[in-house]
Unconditional design. Sequence first.
Length: 296
Amino acid sequence: MPELPEVETIRRGLEEHARGRRVAAVEVRHPAVIAGSVEKFVGEVKGRTLQAFERKGKALAVTLAASDGATPLYLLLRLGMTGQFVVASSSAPLLPHTHVRLVLDGGREELRFRDPRRFGRLRCCTRAELDSILGRLGPDAQQIGATQFLATLRARRGAIKNWLMNQQFLAGLGNIYADEALFAARIHPLTPAGQLSMPAARRLYRAMQGLLARAVELQGTSFRDYVDIEGRAGNFLPRLRVYQRSGEPCRRCGTQIRRLLVAGRSSHFCPRCQPRPRRVARMRGPRKAAVVAAGV
DNA sequence: GCAAGCCTGACC
DNA sequence: GGTCAGGCTTGC
């Protein structure tokens, strides 16, 4: 699942392989992955030059320069759950679920968007539209300062796990890195965000920063589908401590990792290293998280 | 049936 | 306005 480290790896790969190259042709093989009109998308992207690559959270925006010096447009990429963006030889066979091809100048290479689940989206937009979309995201998880992190955390009621994954507050973490950050900080996923002690909140901030930096260095986690721009898997998988390890021993204390449902999303944690907070937030009605599986 | 990002909409 | 359930999607 592409989260911040994976998207950053793709951004760097695009800088290396696609910067300054012109889009000679666009083929949309599955219209559902294009936000808005496909005809408009093709017309706007074709002929423009891939100039700059910026990232906020899991969103990747490519500046599309016009050859006549007209105002640039922006290609916004969201990879969803299983999205892949790779550079390929145009003669290489198309893998199934290849939904969009951007043929690069010369026609020998192309960028391909693949996405079996089709949760990902490509959108061509103006700077104003891009700013509006990125503006709905909270600060990037690698950019946010400790002060802002601590301040926004304090005002929240819900579980810290939800807060970490809510892109409105903090952009970039998905299930993998949220679980891993909580483990590294020794915080139970159901701890109400606003009830974290100051030392715990600081631990979480530091754990998150260290985790993201290391994961970017190792080119991300390939749990299932993720590959970088050259089709290579990331190297962070062996560093995972809790994600999808329920039933296996905690690498720190040997206790079995457990799985909880928090707002419908699975959360993996070590019950010993991440003890339940003493004061649990009052949860109304059916909002209680249920232990769905201990072990296996 | 479960996985998960993201959007919509309902609820309080 | 904050919070969360539901739905989309398909390979395992």
